[in-house]
Write a protein that binds this ligand. Sequence first.
Ligand code: OGA
Ligand code: NI
Length: 276
Amino acid sequence: MLRVATEFFSLPVEEKLKLYSDDPSKTMRLSTSFNVNKEKVHNWRDYLRLHCYPLEKYVPEWPSNPSSFKDVVSNYSKEVRALGYRIEELISESLGLESPRMPRVLGDQGQHMAVNFYPPCPEPELTYGLPGHTDPNALTILLQDLQVAGLQVLKDGKWLAIQPIPDAFVINIGDQLQALSNGKYRSVWHRAVVNADKPRMSIASFLCPSDDALISPPESLVEEGSVAVYRDFTYAEYYKKFWSRNLDQEHCLELFKNSRNPAAGSDTSSSILKTS
Ligand code: OGA
Ligand code: NI
């Protein structure tokens, strides 16, 4: 997967430009930064974004150069999907729910991939590859470049570098699992920094609830006499809101907070981000 991704980003610029688009609604596109039409400050990243489920529907529109791209990425997508479903089952169990609960509520999940390419940056202290954000989907499976680190996560108010480990993925909880678990699982704040010397690659696979999945925590996770931390919403509603905004704004999930919940204060992690 990493080899084919490297080959793709090594293609001549004219070849890659044929796939360029800054329209987030496109199901296959090469783009840059995050959301170029919404953001004031751009990031030092190029990315290829693909829809990966159902494969029969989307593979035909994927790049055919390099020639092994479709085969390699299809196989990878299938394996990663199975792993993601297994992890969601285990998360259900950990919450005292039946194991098929989470994947069932999430419906026939969509799957997207971001192949991230961070070129060497002459002044890395002036920019990010990706600024601090949480992923808007349910679960993210991230394959990191083994040679070049760059991922950081926010823990106890501090950014920690996540060193790549051979044969291991980074699993990130996204906004939807935070809402569905009524805040028991937290959507992780993370960012990518760039460096002056070497390009870095990362491959993020996102499992996304089906558009009509109703994101509403099970009763057993809501304290008696209380209301859920977040109001019920569909994933379609959330996703639309997410892409209408930019990463440097307040956490999208905050906009879905139940105002009737006495515990609904402001999210401290997002205020830390604003000052950093
Ligand atoms: C992402 C992401 C981190 C990385 O694509 O959402 O957070 O290490 N990527 O590239
Ligand atoms: Ni992310």
